[in-house]
Design a protein around this ligand. Sequence first.
Ligand SMILES: Nc1nc2c(ncn2[C@@H]2O[C@H](COP(=O)(O)OP(=O)(O)OP(=O)(O)O)[C@@H](O)[C@H]2O)c(=O)[nH]1
Length: 425
Amino acid sequence: MTDWKSPDNRYLLERLLLGLDRRIDTDPPDEVFAIESTNIAWPHIKDCLHGTLRTGDESHCLAMIRQLAATDTPFMLFAHQFGVLRNLILGQTLDEGAIETARHVMQLFGEMEESFAAAYLEVFLNRLGTRNHLRLSHIRALSDKNLLAYFEAHLEWMARLVEAVSQREPPGMPELDPTRCEFGRWLENDGARLIRDRSHIAQIRDLHAAMHHVVTEVGSIMNHPRASGPVYALLKKAESYSLELGHEISLLNSIVIMSVYSKDPLTGFLSRRFLDRVLVNQMEIAKATESPFSIIMFDLDHFKRLNDDHGHQTGDLALEHIAGIVRDSLRQSDLIFRYGGEEFMLVAPSTSLAQAHIIAEKLRQRIAGTPLPYEPPLTLTASFGVTEIAPGTYEVVDSRLVHDVIVACDGKLYAAKNSGRNRVL
Ligand SMILES: Nc1nc2c(ncn2[C@@H]2O[C@H](COP(=O)(O)OP(=O)(O)OP(=O)(O)O)[C@@H](O)[C@H]2O)c(=O)[nH]1
């Protein structure tokens, strides 16, 4: 293997780079114009290369690479511009008819790129390890893990992966067979029984298998001489699959909560005593899966009047009627609590504010558009408050945070009542 840092090679590259600079000043090729006008990293790449070639010290280049990695700038952007630079130099060398030199330059650029990609991968692995550790700590903090125990097992699997790749040790890789890791075994057995929707389970299996496939690829190439760039790209993909998996497991977890925790007998909704625990858990899950969730509080309008005019029994019928509409309108993974007499709280995992507004608006319309079968039919309406809980907005999950979130949502509901009822705020 040639060494691009040897004095001879540095001299050759520097000479070619200076030649290119002269040409750029007098007769700039189109690629340079396009890339200079669209990207600010281009001069930095050239400057740091000049510096490295002159002194043999690549620390300036590595600092730039680490800076790119630390700000999550895709390596591809760097690699692309580095490739443009290489092609310009190659083109110039070929124009001069120096075919052997061109071949040599190709090899040197390949080595330089690998050295930069390795530095980039190292920073990425450190950051991935830290992120994964943080996700694990949020899952470990859960009071009722239920299915999230499998996400915890999966995150431990990810931690082994990061360790094995950092050490470049294929034997240290976690279980690669998607049906034999802890999550995979659960998915094949109890998971398949829990998820009644066949297409949903097929989707989760595919996602899980795709992640294993990507990681198997990492294991097979990581010790190849130019693997850092592809390993980085594959791991980035594996991390995004991993988060998606966490998201799916958290939705399944809600199904377990809805089927196991005790319910209010009239509406069949979860009783309020579990609310704080569920919200604390949901906040940790949101942190671990890096996805927001939303809560919707809603309250029937003028319910006292309905009780007063038609009797308490009719009031009870109305509550059952509303419960039926709500149940028919929601996902299996949404958690619904009876918060007070005629007040409800919906906890919608992995749901943004905009999505939650759509859900609330749909509920509002269905409630107002489906009169209680009575003689004559009674039109009911409800008012809604919606709040999003984004994982980036809090550090510590505690009862105070839960309290603040409920107060914020209740405030919206109160405002909806005050601004005329039968609306979503
Ligand atoms: N039938 C019945 N009524 C209930 C139940 N729980 C609470 N209520 C009644 O719901 C009514 C709620 O009244 P308010 O809090 O004044 O609210 P509202 O009349 O709906 O007025 P707004 O919320 O301001 O629109 C009270 O009369 C409660 O007695 C229940 O389980 N069954």
